[in-house]
Design a protein around this ligand. Structure first.
Ligand SMILES: Nc1ncnc2c1ncn2[C@@H]1O[C@H](COP(=O)(O)OP(=O)(O)OP(=O)(O)O)[C@@H](O)[C@H]1O
Length: 240
């Protein structure tokens, strides 16, 4: 469904993202894990059209979308939940959601808004409140809801666990699993490799802007190299 081939990108200096190739099949959750500064945000921003690729291709269901303006990429069916949520603090919850539906037909917006409120009752309860008054977890839900307002086929998620307490992270990941079970395809980048690999079907490891390892998430989670570098203590040590 989403095919990224030989993608390179950066910020004007040497490339930060180097020759990255990965794919996400319809209905899959695929994760890209990597340390701080590995290039995860750069990857998603280059795919979402917020950064210009310097090489490579991005295809969504066969259509070339690489290097297109961000709003065209959203219209093609790819929505980004950005790092740090980036909700507009003084705007109400509902106004933030409507930003995500920019350019859609009124009837579609109404229908999607009802579906988002159905999925996130807490956002409905707080729809008139400024987004800045929400808790971190609620702001993350708002950022996900805003991305859903575009009616995407593929959701790109940039570290949804960032800065959240473990219980809230679990709540967010449960929600992502439910959205996936309803058919939404996801590319999730995370520093929280343990959680991300538990959720995803397949995974890639990004290091220094390059993919250095890939495989079924279950296998990556057991791989000694990953455990040492990204997971700290091996799961068996927890059990002991
Ligand atoms: N706006 C920018 N201008 C110049 N360099 C940048 C910019 N943003 C990121 N970089 C550099 O690109 C590299 C990759 O950063 P990126 O944010 O993509 O990593 P990351 O894996 O998402 O890490 P993090 O978990 O910290 O967000 C880093 O070396 C970073 O310093």
């Amino acid at each position: 469904m989403l095919e990224i081939a030989g993608l390179s990108s950066g910020y004007g200096g040497p490339a930060v993202l180097k020759d990255v190739s990965l794919h996400v099949g319809a209905g899959e959750i695929v994760t890209v894990v990597g340390a701080n500064g590995a290039g995860k945000t750069t990857l998603l921003n280059a795919v979402a059209g917020l950064l210009r690729p310097s090489g490579g291709t991005v295809r969504l269901d066969g259509a070339a979308i690489g290097g297109r303006p961000a709003e065209r990429i959203v219209r093609a069916g790819l929505s980004l939940v950005p790092e740090g949520r980036q909700v507009v603090a003084p705007l109400s919850v509902e106004e933030n959601l409507l930003v995500g539906a920019y350019g859609r037909k009124r009837g579609d917006v109404k229908e999607t808004l009802a579906a988002v409120y159905n999925r996130f009752p807490r956002l409905k309860e707080r729809r008139r409140q400024p987004a800045g008054l929400l808790s971190g977890g609620e702001q993350q839900m708002l950022a996900i809801g805003r991305a859903l307002m575009a009616g995407p086929r593929v959701l790109l998620l940039d570290e949804p666990s960032m800065g959240l307490a473990p219980l809230i992270v679990s709540e967010i990941f449960t929600l992502l699993r439910e959205l996936n079970q309803q058919g939404l395809t996801m590319l999730l980048v995370e520093q929280n490799a343990r959680k991300a690999l538990a959720l995803a079907k397949r995974g890639y490891v990004l290091d220094g802007g390059r993919i250095v390892l890939e495989g079924p998430a279950e296998e990556l989670a057991k791989s000694p190299a990953i455990v040492d570098a990204y997971l700290g203590v091996a799961p068996t040590e927890f059990a002991a």
